[in-house]
Design a protein around this ligand. Structure first.
Ligand SMILES: *[C@@H]1O[C@H](CO)[C@@H](O)[C@H](O)[C@H]1NC(C)=O
Ligand SMILES: *[C@@H]1O[C@H](CO)[C@@H](O)[C@H](O)[C@H]1NC(C)=O
Ligand SMILES: *[C@@H]1O[C@H](CO)[C@@H](O)[C@H](O)[C@H]1NC(C)=O
Ligand SMILES: *[C@@H]1O[C@H](CO)[C@@H](O)[C@H](O)[C@H]1NC(C)=O
Ligand SMILES: *[C@@H]1O[C@H](CO)[C@@H](O)[C@H](O)[C@H]1NC(C)=O
Ligand SMILES: *[C@@H]1O[C@H](CO)[C@@H](O)[C@H](O)[C@H]1NC(C)=O
Length: 477
């Protein structure tokens, strides 16, 4: 796989950096990482100082809602100077609740806000114009507590209005519980909220709703294709795997992209193999690998009744496999459905770090499925990554939540650095990252309109020549 950014594009990059820097009057400086973007993209840091920002949503006025894990939901308005030049002009906490840790969704009319704790999905009446919730939280889905994997991703279906898709991971030390569908563990379900009144009480995750998929260790990212209605999930597979006693964890199992059917239950309910079968990524690292290939699953410990063939017979294979340990967090589609963006928060259980990027995938808008074959190993195209993965995770941005705004710009939350980036596809090959390194710019870390969300550094754009030199250095790094 090629995961390099072309240094032959330096001249064009420098020119574009100069133009972008000159046209944007204020530019924030990344707290730690200095990400690099692929040719054809530009990016800018637009907010910092947040507390573990995870998922992002836009309300009906275009304001940005961000789940800050362990803190609540914050709301931000941005003065928009075009391109990726945006500056926060107002930030405040919409909901203060330390149990909120990942998921967010809005009803189709924008008047109900949903957010998740490890235990429940909560709903508030939301006044987008006033930028405030107007009710106490109501539990709409509950009984989801478990150890280990505690994010509960939320997706409001557009294909089936009023249906909320909820993802719940495994309790790894009780992995076997995932073999029973009524455990509610390691699965994605869909709940019809249209007729749910407060008198009904919340749905029970383990017994209500439609099971879209199970045998899923931790499908943190879930997305519904905008035109075809296909539901896809990106799976964080298991760490520390041995195959028939041999350590194969460095490059196996692969992370998965799984097709879960439709939010109405059509084509749904398949089991994807956890905790018995896992996606093949690097075949030659796996002993006794006859018949294995990318696109198939393997058994960790083969015996007389459980073999690789059992995996093939009993469980649904991934639609695509990604490199081991990439840690996919979110999947969002472009409005026409010809492309999906996937964030990868990056590895911790591998000798040299991998992941730590946002990539894009070509999608067939007519069928709602990826273009690449299931055996593909190069379906991902990089959008933004860290310049030097050897310093990850400590000095890297770690992408989590993604959101596309009404102008098609891609917003990316990095929980490790407390930052929000905005990316725009510029086409052609002149994409550059418009962030000069270091610098001694004035700080804007106080309270008030800009600083309500915490501390970050703001710096007036540097002179073109210096920006060009620094951008050049990043591209070559
Ligand atoms: C802040 O940005 C919003 C757009 O999100 C805009 O409508 C509003 O006028 C701006 N406020 C100020 C004080 O610039
Ligand atoms: C909660 O889920 C468990 C399975 O995880 C189930 O046994 C129990 O009946 C559910 N309901 C309540 C109210 O605990
Ligand atoms: C919800 O209410 C609508 C309108 O009364 C009805 O058409 C629909 O079948 C109901 N859905 C469920 C799941 O009860
Ligand atoms: C569910 O939705 C899919 C996609 O829109 C559609 O093809 C299918 O007929 C629907 N199934 C039912 C039972 O309504
Ligand atoms: C074979 O492995 C499967 C899956 O781990 C397990 O459930 C089963 O008990 C094992 N059978 C034997 C005979 O060891
Ligand atoms: C803001 O940053 C400056 C420079 O880094 C620092 O000296 C100051 O203490 C910070 N103020 C607050 C309120 O954090």
């Amino acid at each position: 796989m090629k995961y390099t950014f072309g240094s032959t594009l330096l001249c064009a990059a420098a020119a574009a950096a100069t133009a972008a820097a000159q046209s944007c009057s204020s530019v924030l400086i990344p707290a730690k990482a200095k990400p690099v973007v692929a040719p054809g993209w530009q990016a800018q840091l637009v907010a910092g100082g947040l507390t573990k920002p995870r998922s992002i949503a836009f309300d009906s006025t275009g304001a940005v809602l961000i789940v800050e894990s362990g803190k609540g939901v914050s709301r931000h308005r941005f003065s928009d100077f075009g391109g990726t030049c945006l500056a926060a002009n107002h930030s405040h906490m919409l909901v203060e609740m330390k149990e909120l840790n990942h998921g967010i969704a809005l009803s189709a009319d924008g008047a109900t806000l949903y957010a998740s704790t490890a235990e429940a999905v909560l709903a508030w009446t939301y006044d987008a114009r006033g930028g405030a919730v107007r009710s106490e939280p109501r539990r709409v889905v509950a009984n989801m507590s478990n150890s280990d994997l505690v994010t509960r991703t939320l997706v409001m279906s557009r294909a089936r209005p009023g249906t909320l898709i909820v993802s719940r991971g495994s309790a790894d030390e009780h992995a076997a519980h995932a073999e029973v569908v009524s455990s509610g563990l390691s699965q994605v379900r869909a709940f019809d909220l249209t007729n749910l009144t407060s008198a009904d009480g919340p749905y029970d995750f383990s017994s209500d709703g439609i099971v879209l998929g199970w045998g899923l260790r931790n499908s943190v990212g879930v997305g519904e294709h905008p035109t075809a209605g296909t539901v896809y999930a990106v799976e964080n597979s298991v760490d520390g795997v041995r195959r028939n006693g041999v350590d194969v964890h460095e490059n196996n199992p692969g992370e998965e992209l799984n097709f879960l059917g439709y939010a109405n239950g059509t084509g749904a309910g398949r089991n994807f193999g956890y905790p018995h079968c896992f996606a093949v990524w690097q075949v030659d690292e796996i002993p006794d690998n006859e018949g294995l290939a990318v696109g198939k699953q393997f058994a960790i410990q083969e015996n007389s009744t459980h073999r690789d063939e059992t995996c093939e017979d009993k469980y649904a294979p991934p639609r695509l496999t990604f490199p081991a340990h990439y840690a996919p967090m979110d999947i969002k589609f472009t409005p026409e459905g010809q492309r999906a963006y996937v964030s990868f928060r990056g590895s911790f259980d591998r000798s040299s770090p991998v992941g730590y990027r946002v990539s894009s995938l070509a999608w067939d808008d007519a069928t709602g499925h990826p273009v690449a074959d299931a055996s593909s190993t190069d379906a991902l195209q990089d959008v933004i990554t860290n310049a030097d993965l050897s310093v990850c995770p400590d000095s890297c941005f770690r992408p989590v939540g993604l959101a596309l705004d009404s102008l098609g710009r891609l917003w990316v939350a990095s929980d490790s650095t407390g930052e929000i980036y905005v990316l725009q596809r510029t086409g052609g090959d002149q994409g550059v990252f418009v962030q000069p390194a270091g610098g001694s710019g004035g700080s804007n870390n106080g309270s008030g309109e800009n600083g309500a969300a915490g501390s970050w550094r703001r710096e007036t754009a540097m002179a073109g020549a210096l920006v060009a030199a620094v951008v050049g250095a990043w591209l070559m790094a």
